[in-house]
Design a protein. Sequence first.
Length: 86
Amino acid sequence: MDALTLAATILTVVVIDDDVFERLFGDAVRYNEEGEIVSVGGGTPTEGIPFTQTAVERMLTSEPMASPGAACLALAWRHRRLLLGL
């Protein structure tokens, strides 16, 4: 239960190969009626955010993110070896 919205929240993590991501989301727009696609620095929306320690720490400490999303990202980082098959 999300304390801010009082709604059930189900979040998941998806691992997508770079080439597949580019093929699926290569034409993504930066803004639409649902919000903004974030990226790193001046990167394009299709570059997304790399799953690196620096990027994850920045997202968790310096960027606006609702607590359920932050928890999902923190858990994904903690279990990254399993998620990435390393």
